[in-house]
Design a protein around this ligand. Sequence first.
Ligand code: AMP
Length: 214
Amino acid sequence: MGPPGAGKGTIASRVCKKLGIAHIATGDLLRKEIGLGSKFGKKAGPIMNKGELVADKLVTEVLRKRLAEEKGGGFILDGYPRTLKQVDLLEGLLHELGVKLDAVFYTSASEDTIVERIGNRRQCSKCSSIYNLTTMPPKDASKCDKCGAELFQREDDKPELVRKRLQIYKEKTEPIIDYYSENRLLREVDCNGLLEENMKNVYARLEEFETSKE
Ligand code: AMP
């Protein structure tokens, strides 16, 4: 977890690739539902475009559907839970699956870093790969390096919505950080630097975590 634009998605996808585990991002799941024109997507779309949080029940249903496909190899949840209610709902989902939460990685970044990064973020319309026009540019400004599909700027990444999303993050999501910190599950990672530097911090924290399990 972490504020919008801190690098959660990029970091989670790299870690998952390295560890061979699933990357489950509720934002991507919701965007997929929108693309399919499903009942979930029709409800979530207008809320996401306003930069607001989708109802706890709705996003949890979408997540439940995705978790049902899991085969037990482990996964990273990206962007969930985002409210205290979702912390409770997640407990229930994990209980149903018979798994427990090992750790909560918190990608921290300053407001200036976030606003700059989000403004330059572009995403692939097909495989969801993320680019940054200045620090991680695609070879062709409008196409995905991996699959060649069109890149787009998320509606909620437009500057007027970024401050609003940050405000909502502070109100609804930050209290979860305190909760997981008290539970001793939290691992904070400084993500103010360039990606490679942030990845080093992530792997160092991951190693500490693996050692603490032994
Ligand atoms: P993300 O891709 O994680 O930045 O999520 C994009 C948008 O999807 C958010 O601004 C919310 O509107 C919605 N969303 C994603 N995950 C959640 C969640 N756990 N709870 C509520 N809304 C969510």
